[in-house]
Design a binder for this molecule. Sequence first.
Ligand SMILES: Cc1ncc(COP(=O)(O)O)c(C=O)c1O
Length: 420
Amino acid sequence: MTSLAPDYSNFVIPTYGRFDLDLMSGSGSRVQDAEGREYLDFGAGIAVCSLGHAHPGITESVARQAGTLVHTSNLYRTRPQADLAKKLVELTGPGKVFFCNSGAEANEGLIKLARRFGASSARHRVVTFHGSFHGRTMACISATGQDKVKKDFGPLLEGFTHVPFGSLDAVREASGDDTIAVLVEPVQGEGGIHIATPEFLRGLRSLCDERDMLLMFDEVQCGLGRTGFLRGWDAIAPEVQPDAVSWAKGIANGFPLGAFWATSQREDSRGPLCDLLGPGSHGTTYGGNPVSCVAGLKVLDVIEREGLLENAIAMGADLADSLRVISNPWIAEIRAIGLMVGVQLRVPSTPLSKSIAMDVVTGAMSRGLLVIPAGETVIRFLPPLNTTREEIAEAVHIFTAVLNALSQTVSPPKYSSNLP
Ligand SMILES: Cc1ncc(COP(=O)(O)O)c(C=O)c1O
């Protein structure tokens, strides 16, 4: 098989720093390249393929729906969209759901919902956090608390204030007369697996109540099972009820689908929050198409029937514990919640051509393990929710070999700790 690299280089806009790997097929936690080489996929398409690759239940439902009705537009109703909306409301709380195609669009919707909610009181500002990631549209890069996503794209959308993740005082200080909402990832994914504390989420809820602001959770990466709970924040503070939540990634095992939920329990003179975006105010042609929605229904069904939330908690603990016992000077810290596991690496004392995270990820790939970098110093393990102890043992074995090999070639870290 000839490499796809020349075609990508000639015809695909180079927005991604892609790895030199052409993937042809997948099954469960494994994918195969063009030479038939197999990889243990502990990235799962960046926390997307929760049931693994080519799951027979997904294949069957999608094939059946593809032979029945693929697309209608949102001018009409379809059964899969109605059923998935009902399920998402049942698991989240009284309210309603809007469907789109991606995480960025789901957050874009939340930002528009917040602005509409604030319009009656002339408030528009949204507080977000350093290290956050909310997507690549103009509103979402403006909301994101990382400079690297904004470079050369100004002027950005006005109306976001970024404060340190975890600092209630900073949120209080940033919430002025023009502030309408707080948008937060209960677990920062792209930022390197940083987990909010229960006190922080509770404090945000109280502050939002006190100031009549919306509390909006970006659960695009951490939602729908990844933390071991469908409401991802239940792993941290189940008593906290947000006003709105966004999802994508794991929602449909790889079929393009995003969604956001808004509560029916907040309202002003115009009615409940979940009805504020009325006809003509927001929309998308493909969003919530029947094929993606049957995949979404199947994901929720299999998670429940096969006990995958329990598995995510048990396997996540196994993975984190196994990584914690690796004795290697490169590892500074393991941060884990369910099957979102981040390895914080130390910075080498000699500069590298790429980053330490890229060196480790490419080293793992060459040994048959796919894991995902987050920034320059964190490695993320995001395996399917139905991964097994054997797969975890294999992944940890390969990862240990990669770190040991690194210690032979790169000067070991000179700092005892360099956590961000
Ligand atoms: C927390 C979070 N929000 C939003 C997004 C954007 O999602 P998408 O790439 O589907 O637009 C991501 C993607 O990594 C994410 O992790």
